[in-house]
Write a protein that binds this ligand. Structure first.
Ligand SMILES: Cc1cc2nc3c(=O)[nH]c(=O)nc-3n(C[C@H](O)[C@H](O)[C@H](O)COP(=O)(O)O)c2cc1C
Length: 359
């Protein structure tokens, strides 16, 4: 099944492998596309993934979470982004851009000393920073920014957008009872915590029209005692489906979680596919495609997840850092990715750009 075509929302993927969004540290200091970044996407497109999702791209300057990330918060970025999409399309690839606001997980140094924005002033135990609770005006400004960024993505030739609603960044921060302690339209109970992502997806939909695919990556589980749990995550996904989202990518964890989003040392089949229980739960109830990401390494496990109804599509990040050509290699009979999940690629501060440190 893995290497067979899959279609949804007007996208015809040549196989069910998705390059999950992976920050590259290859944009320039202002977030413009570089030749170096295009080189990576050429490799990924030639490598044969059915759908390629870019590293997270910044929708508003107040949400910068990491240096040299892609930006899409102004029209000045469209020309460079167009070169990126042309390169991928030239190799027969399909590409989506991931849209992000970093919320409370933005470091002060990238915000010129301003406090990061969040639903509520809940201190981040991983950084020691207490974010600023957003005003109504700030919330609407960021919602509009997501909409405008989606419109730019379409203008730049991306085949789809993915909203980054996972990992404790702003959208995830509003969904999570751990970080959203408001008592107003934006929080107070599950329904009100959903309003921010609902308005963001409406703004994106309004900008791109009815037919254009809008995906979301979200936490099935924040992996925190006071965080979102799979049943609540599923109810949010069902609401998003009803409001016209085209596909859901499942992930989990935020920076404060002890069990991580990017788990190390996945060496045995039973350690792979570490969000598969959530995949089963979500896929059992949703009609839109479910992308399952997290720890998939061997073709047998990927096939098993597809056959057991835990996913429609398989998201890969670290394996494609090491082997961008992995889908083509699997076509030729390769059974397992070379990635050993050492997480050397996540040493963002030390690395000049994101790369596999084993080769
Ligand atoms: C270097 C690196 C950068 C990442 N950047 C992003 C990102 O920009 N957006 C995102 O949603 N997830 C990001 N992730 C998380 C991955 O998309 C994925 O959810 C996680 O690594 C688990 O999948 P894997 O086991 O296939 O690596 C990143 C992961 C790595 C290793």
């Amino acid at each position: 099944m893995l290497l067979e075509p899959f279609s949804f929302s007007g996208l015809s993927l040549k196989n069910r492998i998705v390059r999950s969004a992976t920050y590259e540290k290859r944009a320039d200091e202002d977030g413009h596309v570089t030749d170096f970044l295009i080189g990576l996407y050429n490799d990924l497109a030639r490598g044969g993934s059915g759908l390629i999702i870019t590293g997270n791209a910044l929708v508003h300057p107040s949400g910068r979470s990491i240096p040299r990330m892609l930006s899409i918060h102004s029209d000045i970025y469209i020309e460079g982004l167009r070169m990126l999409t042309d390169a991928v399309h030239g190799e027969g690839g399909i590409i989506a851009v991931q849209l992000v606001h970093g919320g409370r997980q933005c470091p002060l140094v990238l915000l010129g000393g301003a406090r990061p924005l969040a639903p509520s002033e809940v201190p981040d135990t991983s950084s020691g920073i207490t974010p600023k609770a957003m005003t109504d005006a700030e919330i609407w400004e960021v919602i509009d920014a997501f909409g405008e960024a989606a419109g730019r993505a379409q203008a730049a030739g991306f085949d789809a957008v993915e909203l980054h609603g996972a990992h404790g960044f702003l959208i995830s921060g509003f969904l999570s009872p751990h970080t959203n302690r408001r008592d107003d339209y934006w929080g107070g109970d599950e329904e009100r915590r959903f309003h921010f992502v609902e308005e963001v997806s409406k703004a994106a939909r309004k900008a791109v029209g009815k037919e254009y695919p809008v995906l979301i990556k979200m936490n099935a589980d924040d992996l925190l005692p006071s965080g979102i749990k799979p049943e609540e995550g599923l109810r949010a996904a069902l609401r998003l489906e009803a409001s016209g989202i085209d596909a859901v990518e499942i992930s989990g964890g935020m920076r404060e979680s002890a069990v991580k989003t990017i788990r190390p040392d996945i060496l045995k089949p039973e350690e792979e596919a570490y969000f598969r229980d959530s995949g089963r739960l979500f896929k059992g109830r949703l009609r839109i495609p479910v992308i399952l990401t997290g720890g998939m390494r061997s073709m047998a496990v990927m096939e098993d997840a597809l056959k057991k109804g835990e996913a429609d599509l398989i998201g890969l990040s670290r394996p494609l850092i090491r082997e961008p050509e992995l889908p083509e290699l699997m076509k030729g009979g390769k059974e397992k990715a070379d990635c050993i999940s050492c997480n050397g690629c996540t040493a963002f501060a030390e690395l000049d750009h994101v790369r596999c440190t084993q080769v």
